[in-house]
Design a protein around this ligand. Sequence first.
Ligand code: SAM
Ligand code: SF4
Length: 326
Amino acid sequence: MITDTYNRVHNYLRISLTDNCNLRCFYCMPEEDYEFTPSAKLMQVDEIEAIAKIFVAQGVNKIRLTGGEPLVRKGADEIILRLSKLPVNLTLTTNATRLHEFVDVLEQANVRSLNISLDTLQPEKFQLITRRNLFDKVFENIHLLINKNFHVKVNVVVMKGLNDNEINDFIEWTKDTNVHVRFIEFMPFESNRWTSNKVFTLKEMLETIAKKYKIITLQNDVHDTAKNYKIENHTGTFAVISTMSAPFCSGCNRMRLTADGKMKNCLFSKKETDLLTAFRNGEDILPLIYKSILSKEKELGGQFTTDFKNIHTENLHNRSMISIGG
Ligand code: SAM
Ligand code: SF4
């Protein structure tokens, strides 16, 4: 068991397959020219499988593939199929632009649940946020997966003044659609135009929704990063990921592996541990994994607190979200 100094057992590994993406979400990818990692520096298919097996032998039973966009990674289908042979709950987070090409692979790999990002229900705003004109494809693919009985969670990063006025449109979508919408508080990463006044908090979201609907609180799992709710008589459900105003670090069971093979013990950790170089040198990476987890901070990577109005982004040390793997 991979346990940290706060007795948190880590059984969930998120693996980034690439820092490349076919969208350009401004809150994720830095504004200045971003250079994608060359493929030789990425973990190769065999390396991903071998490193994943080392984590699984230590008790990891859930793996999420992410990125960048995991489905633009060359060989994504092979990676999915190979990891599906491990005794884990395998899932992924995707922007859905290419999902239609992967339905068979996902079914073959027994992936039953996946997270899809969609921040707006308005095509023009989608183009503004992602700088690509692919709203229709994404929306169509979400429904394709729902119709094929996948459990679809839709991630919506809520930014004050940009899409907070669409919260109840998303809630209305859950009325007759079997979709689980997850509203995410906007988080600060390198060069992502974050300012505290763009954070729309859990409290503000619930107040907005309660003006129009009767909210029912649902049960949460101890490791849930989201607070779960539904509206009376709606088919779908919703949740809020309140990282900024009410984080869930005490139940954290997550570790991350960047596409270039660096372990991060927290989304906001300053430090990284280079597993890939050690692995390529034939070293035993297990001591490195344990050393990394034993240095995990109690909350938010030790970089800030829920007093997010006082965050000075210039003092935060982290990668951009696209290169961490969200
Ligand atoms: N390309 C895939 C996608 O968009 O779903 C996977 C990678 S993306 C980095 C993973 C998740 O992180 C997405 O749901 C995205 O909306 C979220 N994300 C990225 N930057 C964020 C930020 N600054 N605050 C909150 N969530 C963010
Ligand atoms: Fe790409 Fe996902 Fe980041 Fe958007 S949020 S730029 S889709 S990795």
